[in-house]
Design a protein around this ligand. Sequence first.
Ligand SMILES: [Zn+2]
Length: 96
Amino acid sequence: MAYTWEPKWEAIRLEGNGIVLTTCRDKVTGLIACPICLNANSTCLGKSEAHTEVKGEISLFFSMDDLIEHIKNFHSRGLSSKLEEIRKRMGEARSD
Ligand SMILES: [Zn+2]
């Protein structure tokens, strides 16, 4: 699928369900980009207005809930191992 519009990213902060995410939103469509797919840091953060070509596949969402679902489904491998690491550390701390 080819994207036919030129996204105008702006950095946004999303909060909900105890989760805070900083990512990019396209001013043209209002769609939220997955920060992991898009690599938010290099695309929009730290710049007031950035024009960035969309290269390859990125995931865009209408709501934070949709984005979180996507992160759970597609990027959960890294998250799970991180959570497991934290859980282990907490377990170790508790057993002391
Ligand atoms: Zn993603």
